[in-house]
Design a protein around this ligand. Structure first.
Ligand code: PFF
Length: 472
């Protein structure tokens, strides 16, 4: 069926679960909680939410609309709308390709931790070999064979789901995984905030701390951190939402869907912070971000902090949650790449075999991810010392290409295309296709967003990324 007819979501709920699934990912869990605490708490939250409304929401609406107007994935959608801008679609596919290459390595480690906690529930030492949290993480990432094996496993799961198709694979999985994720998150929150000493963690994330905002440079630093986190978290700037929007029926309301996805992603990010930080503080640990938080600090929370069977049970539940978050995002990344080739074949009048295409692309991305797995997540290894870009290690290098350059540029240029060349009316007409149009005042708001706010916001992100990667 899907081979010669373009795929569609089975229901609007299914689409929403897939889109929110894409948005809610590792970014929400290892990025948001820490950045919230370190950059001003409540003040950061406020700035973050404003950015979601004036930059994120418009970009989300723009991407979904472009997908639905054309009924095609990123490259062909741009080609249909403005031939000269086709490169934006390619940039998106390339970004998805490189993000998935390292995302899958991390997803593999998540599987390893999930399985280890499951084993620990039955026999102490069976999962983490009696090692402490820092020691085990160091041991695991420096063991290339193990990292590659779990990277392969994670990629295989991603490929299998994408092979199942849009409604039969992606939608089906997300309709189950996303509600399950929310339930587990709520269970973990209840445990976390009822721990003695949890209040310090809540204070860390919520107490307004105006210190980081007290200087102009401090304010800009918080602004670009929030903007960078926001657009990666919402899966924007690489055609993912264009692709998902292209499978959406004309009768669904783009505006309410965009609002739902943005609210759901921000809510889960906040809930992740409420689940994680109180537990970290309750056991006197230092908050941090990235893999250190996910695999060392939180491991410590479950083993030394909670301890015993209960600790292992919560450890298992937590990494299961992270696994769901990571897979529902990784399938969207693979779909962006696979849908390009599927559409290409169909447009050339050939029969597109989704299974073969997703299998081959997934396998190539797996191979490209191998250096990340061999590289100890950039922690210093033979590869890092041998290659010309030894400054970063592979994970940072891939991250620089995708999140650092292609994605913010992609979002900025998409917005310029909509606001200046195609004109915002193209979006409002598409929103009106479901029967409910945009009022004049709202139209003016979106027009200003597309023409000015989003491009400026994204240039801010780009500037921030260049600073973070030490390029300027
Ligand atoms: N939004 C995902 C996260 O927060 O981890 C990452 C991501 C997925 C970015 C899919 C872009 C994308 F197309």
């Amino acid at each position: 069926m899907e081979n010669n007819q373009r795929a569609q979501w089975g229901s609007n709920f299914g689409f929403l679960m897939a889109a929110v699934g894409s948005a809610v990912g590792l970014g929400n869990i290892w990025g948001f909680p820490y950045k919230l605490g370190a950059n001003g708490g409540f003040a950061f939250l406020l700035i973050y939410l404003i950015l979601v409304v004036v930059v994120g929401l418009a970009t989300m609406l723009g991407e979904l609309a472009i997908g639905r107007i054309t009924g095609k994935s990123a490259v062909f959608a741009y080609r249909d709308l403005a031939k000269k801008w086709t490169f934006l679609g390619y940039a998106g596919v390339a970004a998805g390709f490189f993000i998935l290459a390292f995302y899958s390595v991390i997803g593999g480690i998540v599987i390893r931790y999930m399985v280890s906690f499951l084993l620990e529930m039955f026999k102490s030492g069976a999962g983490f070999l009696g090692m402490g949290s820092g020691e085990y993480f160091g041991y695991f990432i420096s063991n290339a064979g193990g990292s590659i094996f779990f990277h392969a496993l994670f990629m295989a799961i991603t490929i299998l789901i994408v092979m199942g198709g849009v409604s039969g694979g992606i939608e089906k999985f997300c309709k189950f995984a996303m509600p399950a994720l929310v339930v587990i998150l709520l269970i973990v929150i209840i445990r976390s905030i009822t721990l003695p000493g949890a209040g310090a963690g809540l204070a860390y994330i919520f107490k307004p701390n105006l210190e980081p905002l007290s200087t102009l440079s401090g304010f800009f630093s918080v602004l670009r951190t929030a903007a960078g986190q926001m657009f990666f978290s919402l899966s924007l700037g690489m055609g993912c939402m264009i692709t998902y929007g292209s499978y959406l029926s004309k009768k669904e309301n783009l505006m309410t869907n965009s609002i739902f996805i943005c609210i759901a992603d921000s809510t889960v990010a906040l809930l992740a912070a409420i689940a994680i930080m109180p537990a970290v503080f309750a056991f006197g640990l230092e908050p941090g971000g990235g893999p250190g938080l996910l695999f060392v600090t939180l491991h410590e929370v479950f083993t030394s902090g909670m301890g015993g069977f209960v600790g292992s049970l919560f450890g298992f539940l937590f990494y299961l949650l992270v696994f769901f978050a990571a897979v529902t995002s990784s399938i969207s990344l693979l779909e962006v790449c696979a849908s390009f080739f599927i559409d290409k074949q169909q447009l050339e009048g050939k029969k597109a075999d989704r299974k073969v295409i997703s299998g081959i692309i997934g396998a190539i991305i797996f191979v490209v991810g191998i250096p990340v797995a061999m590289d100890g997540l950039g922690g210093g290894s033979i590869i890092k010392e041998t290659f010309w870009f030894n400054k970063w290690g592979f994970i940072d290098f891939y991250d620089l290409i995708s999140e650092g350059i292609l994605m913010p540029l992609g979002a900025a240029l998409m917005s310029v295309l909509i606001g200046w060349k195609l004109k915002t009316k193209i979006i409002s007409d598409e929103v009106a296709a479901s029967g409910k149009g945009i009022k004049l005042k709202a139209y003016k708001f979106w027009d200003i967003c597309f023409r000015f706010v989003v491009p400026i916001g994204m240039l801010l992100v780009l500037w921030g990324q260049f600073l973070d990667f030490g390029l300027i």
